[in-house]
Design a protein around this ligand. Sequence first.
Ligand code: NAD
Ligand code: TYD
Length: 362
Amino acid sequence: MTKLTNTILVTGGAGFIGSNFVLHWIQNTGTDIVNLDLLTYAGNPDNLATLKGNSRHQLVHGDICNAELVAALLREHRPRTIVHFAAESHVDRSIVSPDAFIRTNVQGTFTLLEQAKAYWSELDEARRRTFRFLHVSTDEVYGSLGTQDRAFSETTAYAPNSPYAASKAASDHLARAYFHTYGLPVITTNCSNNYGPFQFPEKLIPLMILNALEGKRLPVYGDGGNVRDWLFVTDHCSAISAVLDRGRIGETYNIGGNSERKNLEVVRAICDLVDEMRPEGALGPRRRLITFVTDRLGHDRRYAIDASKIGNELGWRPAETFEGGLRRTVAWYLENSSWVDGVRTGAYRDWIRRNYQERIPQ
Ligand code: NAD
Ligand code: TYD
């Protein structure tokens, strides 16, 4: 039987969390990465610029829906693990055009599972046992909580509300089924909202940092009272490493930051940090830019994660506080204006126009 290498196959490793994970992995382990990424608008090789010339990382420009390509990569690199990040990930885009979400998140995950199963079933017994397929998912599959509801646990019933959440829920169900039906050693993680370096500025935190910096209005959906739990991205990376290392196959692990915040609180905190780091007397306090706009359709009110299972079983805890992580994140965006300029292409500007033009200030 052909030997497995120590290589891991990562999908979506040029996106926000994937690229942070690749950088984290290369820094903290001695093993190699093959990184399969379609380089959609959200995938950016610049995120991995510091790995240029590093023989331990190989970026393959390709689609997880391409079964032949996935099979060929598995044959060629013989990875011991697959970490699956690749997805369409933005709720607002899923409301405007859900098709790509069904294609990548559902069909793509299915294709990857099928090819992983074919590859894994050819391995010898010992290697079949150590192989892992880690499916990276979201807390949004659980739906929306009321103010007094208990946080999502691994046994909370799925109730996805957006096309994005529904497509991720579908992929979670497929991942689960491949473990139960075929024994493929799958583990699923459901994480809360991430933030940090390299996040595409369509999401709340980077969008608000850049708008605040440039004196543009800060479009808060609805009344700004929606609550998210925030996790600094490198804490998500360390949680994934812990799950790969010690997680039990067939299990799911919820990952969260214990940092529930209302959107309005987050935006105000960003305003204050930008005021502090880039004082702009003529503009006045950035909080004045906050504009309440038409709400997102079907907007989930609150997400909260009970992360006690991963804490108790695997000893994982977030290392960063929300205040510390937000300060680092604001500083990163202010210091990396050439990265920012690189991602704000014509296609980005079209999206911003499309998503915000019709939102009426309330
Ligand atoms: P992202 O949108 O920043 O990156 C997604 C990456 O996947 C991009 O590099 C893109 O090019 C790639 N991709 C898209 N379609 C592909 C395809 N068909 N084939 C190959 N590559 C493809 O997303 P992210 O925020 O980094 O999220 C990564 C994963 O983590 C997703 O599965 C997401 O559902 C999950 N997640 C995200 C968050 C969050 O707050 N961002 C929280 C919990 C879970
Ligand atoms: P987002 O970053 O899109 O993540 P998700 O929808 O996956 O949680 O949005 C985070 C929260 O911020 C969500 O409640 C929607 C809100 N939001 C705004 O109020 N204004 C915006 O311009 C954006 C992008 C998001």
